[in-house]
Design a protein around this ligand. Sequence first.
Ligand SMILES: [Ca+2]
Length: 294
Amino acid sequence: MDQGCISALDSDLFACKLAGNERVGRSVARPSRRGEAVISPQPEGSLDSLLIVNMKTTGRILSLSAAVALTAATSTGRAAEFFDDFESYSAGANIHGQGGWKGWDNDSAAGAVVSTAFAASGTKSVRVTGASDLVHEFSGATSGQWNFSLDQYIPSTSSGDTYLILMNKYRDGGGGDYDNWSVQTHVNLGTGQIIVDMATGEAPLTLVKNAWINWTFNIDLDANKVTEYYNHQLLSTHAWQSGGANALSAVDLYANGAGPVYYDNVSVSQVPEPTAVALLGLGGLALLLCRRSR
Ligand SMILES: [Ca+2]
């Protein structure tokens, strides 16, 4: 393999990545989008910069191929990504009506308070307790593979049964005729068990108290499947939806009178990220052309 070609390729791709992040910031700009579910079309500026750099190095054939690859990435790259670390809100405030958060059915009484008692990132998290039934809707996640992730802290003094829920259909006032549940993880603070409500026969996991743990859900909307991980342990794999929609519609942090439970770093991301797909496509094309030119 031509090492000189590889070095040049690596350098160009690195430059491309830097240019893309500076102008677009798919990864670095996440915190600036916190609190809002945003439609993030593949930005035209970054595509131009990628194309220009690779035209310099590999010529018109690559530029044409890259254009095809980038067009494909663009057509699939409209993602509804989301991130919230709760740092942008005032401590002690009800988060209902801020950053897209709201109580279930848009009821402020079902909101939750921003807290500085515990934080997985920065100094703040959101405190879900009592009447809290905190919702954030998402749009655009209607096909492909997605990761939903958040961090959870439960003090040993908390009590009751609390729930972490993902909806494939949700709207304010939708009720049982419209709303549809995909994930309902049940945390029994009394028995210390993590229980899957949306599948049968799954062994409960042991609740971790007084520590931040991560929940991750790998969602394959095309295959109608979700895999749930609690504290990096496999909890369950089951169908994403039945009688609902192939979509990630909302998260619901449901206290059910229990708590308090603290949540931080709520994240929705597409897998793989469209920018990464574009870069991989360009890299493969460049390597192919380097080999042909030898
Ligand atoms: Ca935080």
